[in-house]
Design a protein around this ligand. Structure first.
Ligand SMILES: Nc1ncnc2c1ncn2[C@@H]1O[C@H](COP(=O)(O)OP(=O)(O)OP(=O)(O)O)[C@@H](O)[C@H]1O
Length: 291
């Protein structure tokens, strides 16, 4: 692999096995470019965290992997100067204060900017002496975000960052990330299975199922490739003959069908068409996962 710096992550034949004969990540190929916000989305146990751990050099793997031009296994220390990794917000210990949390991150991350952190905190109800256990969940999110955003990392990796938070805070979290942190020199990789609230900030989508990449596309490509049709009651059979990848019943005898690579003008004969939401696309793609 060449050293192309607009390429933030390159994986070729990436594999990780914890147990002989089974692969948590199974021959994954993908590229992530600078200035993208990528959602790595998959059901429980599909290999998301394992993929992230490989990217961060936290587990040994097979195959080729380059992150910011470096080999995560042999150049981990170097790589960590440019990467910020945050697991879910729940990991902040309950006894820690705002000030101590900042001190801790400052100690472990060379790119942490204390003044920047303080500026974020000044816009909240948080005070330096406040403990996590005294905060509402929303305040914990604010603390978490301030810690993340004060790190000037080229690559930000977030593993289920909004787990356990309600929809309002999930929205707030992603909106702030987009408005106050993201720019064209940064790249964000987020894993989640709560897709609805991140889809509007994502530029790219990677679906993973049983360790395999089953979809890898930019949001523009998705809109070109997939179409959802609200099929009129009398046209269901016609619709099925064009092999939808998903189908669900709606009130009043209508049926929603999801099509992959069927020309839109053809589908318009069936009923109203639109671009599917990521959640519906996810469900259709993962069909059979829990069977
Ligand atoms: N340390 C480990 N030792 C053994 N098996 C593991 C280990 N970590 C993960 N696995 C297995 O690898 C597979 C993928 O797990 P992984 O945590 O990567 O999935 P995930 O997509 O992040 O899941 P979730 O959404 O539930 O967090 C699972 O079958 C899991 O049981």
């Amino acid at each position: 692999m060449g050293c192309n710096m607009s390429q933030v992550i390159q994986a070729k034949g990436l594999k990780k096995s914890y147990k002989k004969g089974t692969y948590a990540v199974d021959n994954a190929n993908f590229k992530i470019e600078k200035g993208r916000i990528v959602g790595l989305i998959g059901p429980n146990g599909s290999g998301k965290t394992t993929a992230l751990k490989s990217i961060l050099g936290l587990v040994p793997y097979e195959g080729e992997l380059k992150v910011l031009g470096r080999d995560p296994m042999t150049e981990r220390d170097d790589l960590m100067n440019d990467v910020c990794f945050i697991a879910d917000v729940a990991v902040l210990p309950r006894w820690i204060t705002v000030g101590q949390a900042a001190e801790f991150v400052e100690g472990v991350h060379p790119r942490f900017d204390r003044a920047r952190f303080n500026r974020f905190i000044e816009n909240t109800k948080l005070t330096p002496k406040m403990k996590v256990k005294e905060m509402s969940k929303g305040m914990v999110v604010q603390l978490h975000l301030a810690l993340v955003m004060a790190i000037d990392a080229k690559l930000l990796v977030l593993d289920e960052p909004t787990l356990g938070l309600d929809i309002l805070y999930r929205r707030e979290f992603y909106q702030r990330l987009l408005e106050d942190y993201f720019d064209e020199d940064k790249t964000i990789l987020i894993t989640t299975h709560q897709v609805e609230e991140i889809e509007h900030i994502l530029t790219d989508l990677i679906f993973i199922q049983e360790g395999k990449i089953v979809l890898d596309a930019s949001m523009e490509n998705l809109a070109e490739r997939f179409t959802e049709v609200l099929v009129d009651a009398g046209k269901v059979e016609a619709g099925r003959s064009w092999k939808p990848i998903g189908e669900r019943a709606m009130p009043f005898g209508k049926t929603v069908m999801l099509f992959d690579n069927v020309p839109a003008d053809q589908l318009q004969q069936l009923g109203e068409t639109r671009t599917p939401g990521v959640a519906d696309l996810f469900v259709a793609t993962m069909k059979g996962t829990y069977a």
